[in-house]
Design a protein around this ligand. Structure first.
Ligand SMILES: [Zn+2]
Length: 119
């Protein structure tokens, strides 16, 4: 199975499971090592998490936006504070902002070399 992730607002494809790092349940997100080129853009000004109610307090991140519809899809950690340091320099996409679909891996039918070819 091949899984593709899309912006739930405009269906733009933002990534796929080949770049999957892990699910991050604490912030309802998935972490991808890379995203589909040009599908998102990051804000230039980093945001520092100051809320004590957030598990990633002290972290700094750049908000990620869908390039097509500008919706905020997730974030890109510059630093993770005391939160999971594995997530630094990875793309986190909020599950609530995504749709996904699975592409079954198709087995190509074997071609019979004896059958006539149509041009
Ligand atoms: Zn979008």
């Amino acid at each position: 199975m091949f899984v593709v992730f899309q912006c739930r607002h405009c269906d733009a494809i933002v990534g796929d499971a080949t770049d999957w790092l892990k699910a991050v349940k604490d912030i309802d997100s998935i972490a991808l090592g890379n995203i589909t080129e040009g599908s998102v853009y990051v804000e230039k000004e980093p945001v520092r998490v100051t809320s004590q109610f957030r598990i990633d307090r002290g972290a700094e991140y750049l908000p990620l936006h869908c390039s097509k519809c500008d919706a905020v899809l997730g974030l890109y950690y510059l630093s993770t504070g005391r939160f999971d340091d594995d997530l630094r320099n990875s793309y986190l996409l909020h599950i609530s902002e995504l749709k996904s679909y699975q592409i079954p891996v198709l087995r190509m039918p074997s071609v019979d070399p004896g059958s006539p070819q149509k041009a």
